[in-house]
Write a protein that binds this ligand. Sequence first.
Ligand code: A3P
Ligand code: MG
Length: 414
Amino acid sequence: MIPLQKRRRPSSETEPDPDKYQPHLKKAKQQTTAFRLGNWQEYEGSCPVYKQPKELISYSIDHDRKVWFDNREMKYYYPPGLKNEKLDLNVGYERFLQRDESILEHIDTLLDALTEYKTRQSNNTIAESEVHADIITWRGIMTKILCTPYSRKDAWEFRATRYNDKIFIEEQSLKDKDVDSESERQKLMSYWGYRFETICTVSKAPHEINSHPENRKELVDRLNQSANTNVQYCVVVKTKLGDSTIIMGAEVDCCRDTKPNDPVRQPSNYIELKTSRVIETERQQLSFDRYKLLKFWAQSFLVGVPRVICGFRDDEGIVKSITEFKTMEIPRQVRRHENQTTWNPSVCLNFANQLLQWIRTNITVNSATTTYAIDFKYPFREIRLYCTDDSNVFLTQRFIRGRVQHEIGGERAH
Ligand code: A3P
Ligand code: MG
């Protein structure tokens, strides 16, 4: 059994006050708007503009899920030696510490990071415009949107709120995605992904490890270490897709060498770590290029992570090889299959651009306590959007008030 770090839901996180119910919004609930999903070919054509993402702020979440607006949990890439060590991803499974996913964390840390960023700026007007975006969300949500033209049976459901003319979007967890229903094999394979991160990263910059022999102990210790998904390092980036400005929060696995002093002007040197089964046949290569590389590319491209490093493992969880992919070269690489369709980044970006514009047009009520549902479900022909009034309010009251706290959770907007 996996030891779960149980945490209690903060008592202040209560259901919305029924007295605050706004009867004039009730009508909106009945109206569902639909975006018809065309064949992927309908989204071909020239690529919309995608601005180089700029990092506004980074933050860390420690082993107690406490939030710190600094880089204390940022890891550095330091590859393990494949020759001397057997890289077994199963090691430490019985010690795996998993974040308690039954606690809804909404977009609390992203909102706190934006407030923190604003308070750090000397010029309020500039700061206000810098944290303004048409869409504010997690990178994972944007990844799902980008992949939708090619993942036509992967359901998703989001919640959205328009407040101060910014549209905040978070995930509404789907009931059939219950962690408890995951098979033991799926849980183990999910652990392999985290364990790969453990054996590929260190807490100090590589030059500090190499120049101080006492720091080399970490290189050996990590080979016996388990994973802890409570610990995260995240960035908040700003970009623009077509006509929509977007602010995204994203977890970053590690950094190569040192982080640039000026992340706004200097290119990022983050690395996304992945695992995948070793490729032995042409058919497996096609499947990897079609499905895995699409997700690898979308996830990293969105926030400007330039490299994806993938550990190829066998069915027993032993890493056999490690390959680096340059994010910007992935779309060219998947064209290697003659007469076989893979995917085209323009399709993903054109679709996402149109969908975001449609969301912006149809989310009309500008209120922190009005929520909309946006979903893509069976029979997967359209994306639906409808107002759910004041149920499932997710913005925090402290965000409205311009305050931050180190604990995730707390009062929702009212
Ligand atoms: P892999 O990426 O090697 O599959 P991420 O790569 O996004 O940083 O996520 C790290 C690891 O978390 C993944 O490793 C995988 O093991 C696990 N993971 C991420 N999303 C998951 C999901 N939806 N279901 C199960 N495991 C997931
Ligand atoms: Mg990863």
